[in-house]
Design a protein around this ligand. Structure first.
Ligand code: G4P
Length: 526
């Protein structure tokens, strides 16, 4: 392990931004890139969001709807750290991809609209981050507009998300009366007005004369009262709990007018972890090692319809990547040369010659990789922990329109399931039921089946809302328990799964069959 490698790895940070659409994720990302020297950036962030400027030659759907179906990685440098932002689809029609991206990051920034508070999508994404125990930083955005009471917002964080919070910065006013934010840890006040003056409060803290005479009196008094309350009744600032994801540090600001971003970035870099060890079949693997290894967390096909190529996104877990290096794909034992195969962004192609643990690279793929695959030039039996499968909430029955195309249909279904684009279940009569987290996954499936496999499909409603994996030895017992509202299907690994019409049907089933049958939320728990 050379010193250089160690230094490179320790410099890396990788986070995902989680938010509900319109909370300001795109605007904040742009500001981050602006503050740092953007090293690699897939065009303008905004451009990708807007159909008019969509650069990507990838799916028509993306252009038609003006949304980013795909997600990509942006990198910037700040204070000698190399930070990667994993962009997640911002539309409400997000899918499993969005969740899976969060398995490749070491921390998350949660953006909340100060006037709206916690919204549904934020809640879902938060839960995935919480499950992984990664540090979550909260940015309460749009303080330049009339905001809700900040104390109430803090309370909501704890009540709705169930995570204790600690305010690192605290706002004085909002909207027209926004005076700035107080950094409680560094004892500074960042003025929003007054040419954005920063006042070093020193030991006096809020009693500092300059502060009292600079900002509006009423806002000053409220600030002192509120901070008094926080000091007395709020959670204590505890870096250890933040690192464990058990306490979320909270920051206030406005991405649009670029305010409050510097304290957020600086505290983030100070508190966030450099690449963390990952679980594997060989135990925990530390990132600063001589050998290269990584895992595939996303596969994107047909990025360029003319070439029919696929890109496998790899999170590097250990060591250094050199273009042209030889690795083993541990699932198959196949040797792979990572030569012309490298590129970085989802919609811009750029060759990457070297990268380190904590970076994400894209590899050209001719069909070798699957989601969750490990590649390494170290121990060829190393396998990183499987990526979780997320229980679908939407279901659709599909058939091929033309029976002569059933072979292509089967192939397409299989490959898209393998890629992780959609979940596929088979009934006992070999009917196909698709499972998704977002509606858009169905549209993507239909579009790709037609575009890539030449298959038109017929769709039929599948009236289910809940999927549970069955822990059984005696499948005939399970069959006896099914009816029109509870159906037995098999996932792509042939695990038995029960689909229920709704939560009520599911709960009644559990009550009735308590002790007879055990149901779990995902195949990983079998
Ligand atoms: P998203 O990626 O989370 O979906 O949100 P995005 O950044 O696109 O922001 C959604 C809208 O909120 C945009 O307005 C954006 O300008 C606005 N916005 C973001 N941050 C702030 C902020 O700090 N203060 C205020 N006042 N507005 C903010 P839009 O009108 O929908 O789009 P645009 O016409 O500005 O592009």
């Amino acid at each position: 392990m050379t010193k250089l490698l160690q230094t490179e790895v320790e410099k890396r940070r990788i986070f995902g931004i989680i938010s509900h659409p319109d909370a300001g994720k795109t605007t904040l990302t742009e500001k981050f890139l602006l503050h740092g020297g953007a090293i690699r950036e897939a065009g303008s962030v905004k451009a990708r969001k807007n159909s008019k400027f969509a650069k990507s030659d990838w799916m028509e759907i993306e252009k038609q709807r003006g949304i980013s179906v795909t997600s990509s990685v942006m990198q910037f440098e700040y204070d000698k750290k190399i930070v990667s932002i994993m962009d997640t689809p911002g539309h409400s029609d997000f899918g499993e991809d969005t969740y899976r991206i969060l398995t490749a990051v070491d921390s998350a920034i949660m953006v909340i609209d100060a006037a709206k508070g916690i919204e549904s999508q934020t809640k879902k994404l938060f839960q995935v981050c919480r499950m992984r125990g990664i540090p979550i930083f909260t940015f309460i955005n749009k303080m330049d507009r009339q905001a809700r009471d900040p104390l109430e917002l803090m309370e909501e964080l704890e009540e709705v998300l169930g995570i204790p919070s600690v305010a690192v910065t605290w706002p004085a006013g909002s909207g027209q009366q926004f005076e700035g934010v107080y950094d409680r840890v560094n004892e500074k006040f960042h003025c929003f007005k007054n040419d954005r003056l920063t006042i070093d409060l020193g030991e006096e803290g809020l009693a500092n004369d300059q502060l009292a005479s600079t900002i509006n009196n009423e806002m000053y008094d409220t600030l002192v009262d509120e901070v008094d309350l926080l000091d007395g009744a709020g959670n204590e600032y505890n870096e250890e709990l933040i690192a464990k994801g058990e306490l979320t540090p909270v920051f206030f600001g406005s991405a649009l007018v670029d305010f409050g971003i510097t304290p957020l970035l600086e505290h983030y870099l100070n508190l966030s972890p450099s690449p963390t060890p990952r679980e594997s079949n060989k135990g925990q693997i530390e990132p600063a090692q001589d050998f290269f290894s990584g895992f595939v967390f996303k596969i994107q096909a047909n990025m360029n319809p003319n070439h029919r190529d696929r890109i496998a996104f790899v999170r590097i877990c250990t060591g250094k990547f050199d273009r042209g290096m030889e690795v083993v794909l541990t699932r198959t034992g196949k040797k792979m040369k990572l030569s012309q195969s490298t590129q970085f962004m989802a919609d811009e192609r750029e060759t990457v010659n070297e990268a380190f643990a904590g970076d994400v690279i894209g590899l050209y793929d001719s069909g070798n990789y699957q989601i969750g695959d490990t590649i390494t030039n170290g121990d060829p039996s190393l396998q990183y922990e499987a990526l979780p499968t997320f229980a679908p909430e939407l279901f659709l029955k599909v058939f091929t329109k033309n029976a002569l195309k059933s072979k292509q249909f089967q192939k397409g279904v299989e490959q898209l399931a393998q890629e992780g684009a959609i979940q596929v279940y088979k009934t006992e009569y070999n009917e196909i039921i698709l499972g998704a987290i977002g509606q858009l996954q169905f549209e993507v499936f239909e579009h790709r089946l037609k575009g890539e496999y030449g298959v038109d499909i017929l769709k039929d409603a599948a009236n289910f809302q809940v999927a549970k994996w069955v822990k059984v030895t005696e499948i005939s017992e399970v069959k006896k328990l099914t009816d029109s509202r509870t159906v037995l299907v098999y996932d792509r690994w042939e695990n038995p799964v029960l689909l229920f019409a709704n939560d009520f049907v599911y709960e009644r089933f559990v009550q009735k069959n308590d002790g007879v049958i055990t149901l779990v939320d995902s195949p990983q728990l079998l």
